[in-house]
Design a protein around this ligand. Sequence first.
Ligand SMILES: Cc1cc2nc3c(=O)[nH]c(=O)nc-3n(C[C@H](O)[C@H](O)[C@H](O)COP(=O)(O)OP(=O)(O)OC[C@H]3O[C@@H](n4cnc5c(N)ncnc54)[C@H](O)[C@@H]3O)c2cc1C
Ligand SMILES: *[C@@H]1O[C@H](CO)[C@@H](O)[C@H](O)[C@H]1NC(C)=O
Ligand SMILES: *[C@@H]1O[C@H](CO)[C@@H](O)[C@H](O)[C@H]1NC(C)=O
Ligand SMILES: *[C@@H]1O[C@H](CO)[C@@H](O)[C@H](O)[C@H]1NC(C)=O
Ligand SMILES: *[C@@H]1O[C@H](CO)[C@@H](O)[C@H](O)[C@H]1NC(C)=O
Ligand SMILES: *[C@@H]1O[C@H](CO)[C@@H](O)[C@H](O)[C@H]1NC(C)=O
Ligand SMILES: *[C@@H]1O[C@H](CO)[C@@H](O)[C@H](O)[C@H]1NC(C)=O
Ligand SMILES: *[C@@H]1O[C@H](CO)[C@@H](O)[C@H](O)[C@H]1NC(C)=O
Length: 588
Amino acid sequence: MPDMNVYKSLRFLLLAGAVAVRSETFDFVIAGAGTAGLVIANRLSERSDITVAVIEPGDDVRQDPDVQNVNFSFSSFNASINYQYPSVTSPALGSRNLTYRAGKAYGGTSTVNGMVYIRGDKAQYNAWEELGNEGWNWNSVFSYYKKGEKFIAPKSAQIAGGATYDKNVHGESGPLTIGFPSIISNGSFHDKALATWKALGLNPIADLNGGAPNGFVAAPQTLDPDANVREDSARAYYTPVEARPNLKIIKGTVKRITWANGHGGLAVASGFEIVSPSGKLVKIGARKEVVLSASAYRNPLILESSGVGNPQILKKLGIATKVNLPGVGESMQDHPIIAMTYSLKGSISGRIPYATMPTAQDVFGNKTASIAASTSAKLSEWAKAVSASSGGAISPSAIEKRFRIQHDLIFNKNITIAELFPSSTGTGVLAQFWTSMPFSWGSVHLGSKDNINTPTITPNLLSTDFDGEILAAVGRLSQKGYSTPPLSDLITDNTSPGYSKLPLNASDEQWATFLRENVLNGLHVVGTCAMLPKELGGVVDSEVRVHGTSNVRVVDASVIPMELSGHTMAPVYGVAEKAAAIIVASLG
Ligand SMILES: Cc1cc2nc3c(=O)[nH]c(=O)nc-3n(C[C@H](O)[C@H](O)[C@H](O)COP(=O)(O)OP(=O)(O)OC[C@H]3O[C@@H](n4cnc5c(N)ncnc54)[C@H](O)[C@@H]3O)c2cc1C
Ligand SMILES: *[C@@H]1O[C@H](CO)[C@@H](O)[C@H](O)[C@H]1NC(C)=O
Ligand SMILES: *[C@@H]1O[C@H](CO)[C@@H](O)[C@H](O)[C@H]1NC(C)=O
Ligand SMILES: *[C@@H]1O[C@H](CO)[C@@H](O)[C@H](O)[C@H]1NC(C)=O
Ligand SMILES: *[C@@H]1O[C@H](CO)[C@@H](O)[C@H](O)[C@H]1NC(C)=O
Ligand SMILES: *[C@@H]1O[C@H](CO)[C@@H](O)[C@H](O)[C@H]1NC(C)=O
Ligand SMILES: *[C@@H]1O[C@H](CO)[C@@H](O)[C@H](O)[C@H]1NC(C)=O
Ligand SMILES: *[C@@H]1O[C@H](CO)[C@@H](O)[C@H](O)[C@H]1NC(C)=O
């Protein structure tokens, strides 16, 4: 029989080797090494007196050629790095269900996304402060955008392809490389598109990342134009710091928050319970705080598994309520998106990343004032319907307050309300468009107590009638663009859906049917752990701390309280940089 010491070291070897994940304690533990999670991990671990662990179910895919390839396509990604969550069906979508994709890897969705980098309008950020989040406004978030960014100015080939920029709105020494694709289209598409949109009142602008994106302009991307590879948050925020001894990524899936014995009224987290790759439950301790960066689809599931959420929902799941917080998982917002295709006379070289961003005035013309008035009169009715679909989780008056601010942004602050974004298919153009600030909100919840991996997603897209009307109006503007010279000179036909199905003079009924049958989810999901006062249905306060807890923060797309006119990745980076600074400042 071996003596006790030999036995101990054997046992240690077994724990350290065969059982890869063991119980450990760190100062901070972060759920998810995704777009936001690695920003937080990088900034917190700058402090050498702080230990940081990140729990991530996905792998390190920095060397995967499909990830590095800047030619984005959905089909590039193996399901093993690409979650595909199904939604429930809904009548507003003709009983279709939708698929919500997201990245499962170091870098999260930034490893599988389209890389387009667009921040949105100034007034939308200022509205965060108006909603009750002190210190969250355009100027403050803008300074963190610059801190995070390493902008690579376009070179002559890209300038020939239409790339322009305003140096004053970019950072040059941050970790995140941003530039224009080296294979930007150098044919006549840019000049013709510019001339057509200008004729339709959408003037060329120099840069859409300075908070005033109204017009036509080439959009930069998170890529390194010199190396011609994708820049995701793993490459930007993990590669430079992975040797830090105080930073560790642990493979596993966070199942729930573990709680210490509370003092005062606030719940105190002691760490996470995680599911290891072999399926074992392991506790990872947090001396200071836990941070949820597991995405807008997954943070609500972790909170609900931990007893934080709507007591009615928790009771049905058989989970005791620890913190009564009905906003968890509600007010999910996304961009409803349509793609049409056009065939071309010639082929198009390279990528055509040109965004056209119209305001309400650009879309509705001289009908804008009457639509502003008629929709204002309907806000309380819409708020009641959205409240009812949340089972009363958020009151009609709270939703109406949020809707009024959104309506003011659209009709008085003149934000851009839609985006038209083409991509090249070689022989054709994929003409995508979507609207930016929907009044149709859905939800994400835990479906059953033990299934931490499958969110129950209720999209509710186009469930408020105005969202369909505005999308149809933007669709008509898109059709008008492709049928107005000189852009129309390049086009031979509308190949999908085809003018026979949806003619230029299609009626409102034809549009409504077309949208119901074809609209898709833009994959720009926000709002499911909204940063808002609790009375407005909020989940985190303006220091991104979960209401009713002392040391649980949420940082990623889920805290963004309202959809933006932009894509969501840039806002996630800006929010994460600012949130990291808030957390570091709280350390003293
Ligand atoms: C196909 C596609 C294309 C897109 N294109 C663009 C684009 O061109 N431009 C743009 O701006 N936006 C785009 N987006 C959206 C944008 O990429 C996302 O909004 C953004 O990256 C989300 O970042 P996040 O930090 O919130 O979450 P993520 O980056 O998804 O990070 C979440 C991480 O948490 C991990 N995780 C999940 N569950 C758990 C758990 N229980 N425990 C621990 N870890 C967990 C995940 O594996 C993941 O790594 C696109 C999205 C998709 C899906
Ligand atoms: C996806 O990845 C898995 C696991 O790495 C592998 O077995 C499978 O062959 C891959 N599929 C494709 C289509 O690449
Ligand atoms: C979604 O719809 C497809 C096609 O109708 C169907 O095959 C699939 O089972 C549905 N999935 C869910 C989860 O409802
Ligand atoms: C245009 O792009 C193609 C490939 O995308 C390249 O081969 C060609 O040299 C470019 N032409 C000019 C004038 O830059
Ligand atoms: C990306 O697409 C371009 C054509 O647009 C092609 O020349 C290039 O080889 C592709 N790159 C990769 C890595 O597939
Ligand atoms: C709005 O503009 C159209 C033409 O674009 C014109 O026919 C119509 O009379 C105008 N209506 C108002 C109220 O000005
Ligand atoms: C918004 O647009 C309207 C109509 O063009 C104009 O009257 C108003 O001054 C604009 N408001 C702002 C804040 O730009
Ligand atoms: C559209 O135009 C076609 C042919 O000009 C006509 O037959 C049709 O009735 C029009 N449809 C609508 C809705 O105006």
